[in-house]
Design a protein around this ligand. Structure first.
Ligand code: NAP
Length: 420
């Protein structure tokens, strides 16, 4: 038996003594019965929704496992709370804690103006190499939605998180750097760019693409899904978005030949019938994909996208099922995973015990699934759906539903717990 691991040391936080770290062995995560999960409460409405989420998760885990398993939360800091404690909005303690304990839960964060960060959230993804932004989008019965059949959508979007125009390589109009690039393009590459242009660079690499597409295909395999669609604008941007498509297909062929078939092969080799047990790899041009999710959402399971397409698409899909305030998300590396609410800090509602904790609760559901704790995850989903079905909801849904009873964040959590 391995010796007892030493407790990692932090500057200003102390890990709980009654929990056990998640470990990686080979390519597997070893989940103890009492995993230590770092939690970043978040700014603005963060404390309200995090309190509600922790209560719901703890109650569901207790109900599912009768005390045999439990989460040991470990409070770590980022954003305004970290600034007060560390004089730094993203302390090394926090990054170390998330990397050490592998799985973490996060509320929304304010990027203080002048904090030296372009965006705190983007920075966290980059320093922890959380290269896949994963956003499942499905309909919850009873949620008011703008389309006739919101229940037809059930997709998981894998959005590349570290490249594309989000890489942050850009310079303002008139800057020394922009002028240098414009001159270089003109003299060396014989391309003319207007001298009063701002310049941004859009890098998309084989590495960034293939690790993302690999994750998307693995998800489809693990969950018995029918297809993975590569969404790109390769008809126009051939060597970035078009390459994303080509490298995605190449990866599927090289690493998943036994489990996948391309849409073209289904027609050319299999007379239009997908061979049993095979996942279809297909691609769609981004603008057409926005039509597809509206008109034929049930033909799509997993979408793999470069950064910017995925940003637009995940909000559009979430809005379509009426759930922008209830859309969960995670940013995931090979193993390290940060589960987070997809909305911001909604500062005008801070401390009012008013807003919908649904996005964070459903992110915690994703987290439970990541721990392979499916039982409490399903209990929470059902209880949430039941509570919405009873029309006991927070203000955001109440204003869209006839005959709803508006309740506070904490009362909503109470009702979900009663419905577990
Ligand atoms: P926001 O915080 O998402 O809030 C915009 C509006 O969305 C709110 O006024 C509210 O709408 C609604 N909303 C958001 N969360 C809700 C919830 N849980 N329940 C019900 N309604 C909710 O966007 P923002 O005002 O543009 O950004 C505020 C701050 O958040 C900024 O500092 C930004 O940098 C930060 N931010 C952080 C993250 C993150 O940490 N991942 C993401 C985005 C933004 P109504 O006014 O209609 O009620």
């Amino acid at each position: 038996m391995a010796g007892k691991a030493t407790t990692p040391k932090f500057a200003k936080i102390t890990p709980p003594s009654d929990g056990t770290p998640i470990r990686i062995a080979g390519d597997k995560r070893i989940i103890p019965d009492n995993p230590i999960i770092p939690v970043i409460e978040g700014d603005g409405i963060g404390p309200d929704i995090m309190r509600a989420t922790r209560r719901v998760v703890d109650a569901a885990v207790q109900k599912a496992f009768g005390g045999q398993k439990r989460i040991v939360w470990f409070d770590v800091y980022a954003g305004e709370l970290a600034l007060a404690r560390y004089d730094d909005i993203l302390p090394a303690d926090t990054i170390k804690a998330v990397k050490t304990y592998i799985v973490a839960l996060k509320g929304p964060l304010t990027t203080p103006i002048g904090g030296g960060f372009r965006s705190l959230n983007v920075t966290m993804r980059q320093v922890m190499n959380l290269y896949a932004c994963v956003r499942p989008v499905r309909y919850f019965q009873g949620v008011p939605a703008p389309v006739k059949h919101p229940e037809r959508m059930n997709v998981v979007i894998f959005r590349e998180n570290t490249e594309d125009v989000y890489a942050g390589i850009e310079w303002p109009k008139g800057s020394k750097e922009a002028k240098t690039v414009i001159k270089f393009l003109e003299t060396k590459m014989k391309v003319k760019v207007r001298s009063d242009s701002g310049i941004g660079i859009k890098p998309i690499s084989v590495t960034g693409t293939q690790r993302l597409v690999r994750k998307a295909i693995r998800h489809a395999i693990d969950h018995g899904l029918r297809s993975v669609t590569l969404v790109h604008k390769g008809n126009i941007m051939k060597y970035t978005e078009g390459a994303f498509r080509d490298w995605g297909y190449a990866l599927a062929k090289k690493e998943f030949a036994a489990q996948t078939v391309t849409e073209a092969e289904v027609t050319s080799k299999y007379d239009g019938q997908v061979p049993a047990g095979k996942i279809v790899i297909k691609d769609r041009i981004a603008d057409s994909m926005f039509q597809q999710v509206l008109l034929r959402p049930d033909e799509y399971d997993v979408l793999a996208t470069p950064n910017l397409n995925g940003d637009y698409l995940s909000d559009a899909c979430a809005a379509q099922v009426g759930g922008l305030g209830m859309a969960p998300g995670a940013n995931i590396s090979d193993h390290v995973a940060l589960f987070e609410a997809t909305h911001g800090t909604a500062p005008k509602y801070a401390g009012l015990d008013k807003v919908n904790p649904g996005s964070l609760i459903l992110s915690a559901v994703m987290m439970l699934d990541y721990l392979n704790w499916g039982q409490p995850a399903r209990l929470i989903e059902k209880a949430l759906e039941k509570t919405i079905g009873e029309k006991i909801v927070t203000y955001d849904l109440a204003r869209l539903m006839e005959g709803a009873r508006e309740v506070s964040t904490s009362c909503y959590a109470d009702r979900i717990i009663q419905n577990l």
